[in-house]
Design a protein around this ligand. Structure first.
Ligand code: 6PG
Length: 470
């Protein structure tokens, strides 16, 4: 610790801030954390590894005064006003050249505003996505930094040290200009929502559809996670089925109310995709299904009015489980395809210059959407860094071709018996539209021209045409 000054400072010692700071300390950096709540500082110091340099303080000035320059300060506070409040509290205390990092899930437009605001004052502001939850923060998250590249050069060593490692490569890379770090994290979360929705649909089909109990569900997800579906989200799902409720001794999953919450990042992904005109219907559907889940009272009324056609799927269990695994695999690829296609377009339209091969590389470890599939996508982007959609990669195409019939079968059985599988269906519909040489949108153009003289283009000659239809 040179001059008794700390290498890195953290604002907000909630579990994420504390764990990330302790992770830095474990890698040899001297760290200081600020939280108004003295208990948080005490918890930080008491959970530090012996021999590491970790200090907790209760005023911002105490922290700022004990830091090496340029100061490297991260905040991990709730998105929105708390971030602006921290920025305003920091301004009188920091010096030109200091680096202020927002490591939370801020909306990228807020980050752009803050970058500009602080740039005018000579302060580097970086929006950095951090994924991996509490455990990941302590042991190795995936880190998505964006913004000022000069500032990134200053924090790179620390971020590389603490990030998850895959084949020796750190799961952190510069994600591009402006708010690119938070943008990439937002899309990561959109993909996260979509895959979680798909997994919940497969759970429903296995549980209510073919009658598997929690031990059997555990076994299916274990087998899937041991094979080509290996991913963090499948792995935790496997474990969830075994967890006992300490209040009732039932399995906890059966005691949890079926209303999903959200903090907004999935919705932001959908909203921004609409603005960019990038179709990502599986992510849209995942957001919609979380919203629909909250209409519990109405669902209870509707359940009495509209009885389902049946409850069990009449396909031999082993056959159905195999088909469902393939369906989940197919649809999961579509989720990544949609999110990555969004990053491809945002990179140029929003002038962020996002290196998509690096995005995929750093998502291979530490983050919530890590999966073995990302290795395949990484190879695809290495072969063609300008790939606009991974569905155009020949190896990805082979994977989808091998699985698509099973997705069709699952959809047929599930819809006939009345299960809601919005994510699975929209992944197939997206695929079928994307691979269509000719979509039925010629008719939409005819209708638009009929009622609104919006004109249309022809297949046999250039130009814009209008017809008097009536
Ligand atoms: C991560 C997670 C993390 C957080 C989400 C949850 O990558 O570590 O995405 O950022 O768990 O914000 O989002 P919801 O509360 O909206 O589901």
């Amino acid at each position: 610790m040179a001059n008794n000054l700390f290498d890195f400072g953290m604002i907000g010692l909630g579990v994420m801030g504390r764990n990330l700071l302790l992770n830095m300390a474990d890698h040899g950096f001297s760290v200081i954390g600020f939280d108004k709540d003295p208990q948080k500082g005490t918890a930080l110091e008491s959970s530090a590894t012996a021999g590491t340099i970790v200090k907790g303080v209760t005023t911002l000035a105490e922290m700022i005064n004990q830091m090496q320059r340029p100061r490297k300060i991260m905040m991990l506070v709730p998105a929105g006003k708390p971030v602006d409040d921290v920025v305003n509290d920091l301004l009188p205390l920091v010096d030109k050249g200091d680096i202020v990092i927002d490591g939370g899930n801020s909306h990228y437009t807020d980050t752009l505003r803050r970058v500009k605001y602080l740039e005018e004052k000579g302060i580097h502001f970086m929006g950095v996505g951090v994924s991996g939850g509490e455990h990941g923060a302590r042991t190795g998250p995936s880190i998505m930094p964006g913004g000022d590249s000069e500032a990134y050069a200053n924090v790179r060593t620390i971020l590389e040290a603490v990030a998850a490692k895959v084949n020796g490569s750190a799961c952190v890379a510069y994600m591009g200009k402006g708010a690119a770090g938070h943008y990439v994290k937002m899309v990561h979360n959109g993909i996260e929502y979509a895959i979680m929705q798909l997994i919940s649909e497969t759970y429903d089909l296995l549980h209510r559809g073919i009658g598997l109990d929690n031990d059997e569900l555990h076994k299916v997800f274990k087998d899937w996670n041991d094979g080509e579906l290996q991913s963090f989200l499948v792995e935790i799902t496997r474990d969830i089925f075994l967890k006992e409720d300490d209040k009732t001794k039932n399995r906890l999953v059966d005691m949890i109310l079926d209303k999903a919450g959200s903090k907004g990042t999935g919705k932001w992904t959908s909203q921004d995709a609409m603005d960019l005109a990038v179709p990502l219907p599986v992510i849209d559907m995942a957001v919609a299904m979380r919203d629909l889940s909250s209409y519990k009272d109405e669902r209870l009324q509707a359940a009495k009015l509209y009885k389902g056609p049946g409850t069990s799927i009449e396909v031999p269990r082993e056959v159905f489980i195999q088909q469902l695994g393939d369906a989940l695999y197919f649809a999961t690829i579509i989720c990544y395809a949609q999110g990555l296609a969004m990053l491809y377009k945002a990179s140029s339209e929003l002038d962020m210059q996002i290196p998509i091969a690096d995005v995929v590389r750093i998502w291979r470890g530490g983050c919530i959407i890590r999966s073995t599939l990302l290795e395949t996508f990484y190879s695809a982007y290495q072969a063609n860094p300008k790939l606009s959609n991974i569905l155009l990669d020949p190896n990805v195409a082979k994977l989808l071709q091998a699985k698509k019939q099973h997705l069709r079968n699952v959809i047929m059985h599930a819809t006939q018996t009345g299960y809601s599988i919005a994510g699975l269906i929209s992944s197939l519909s997206y695929f079928d539209a994307y691979r269509s040489e000719r979509m039925p949108t010629n008719l939409i153009q005819a209708q638009r021209d009929y009622f609104g003289a919006h004109t249309y283009q022809r297949i046999d000659m250039p130009g814009s045409f209008h017809t008097e239809w009536s």
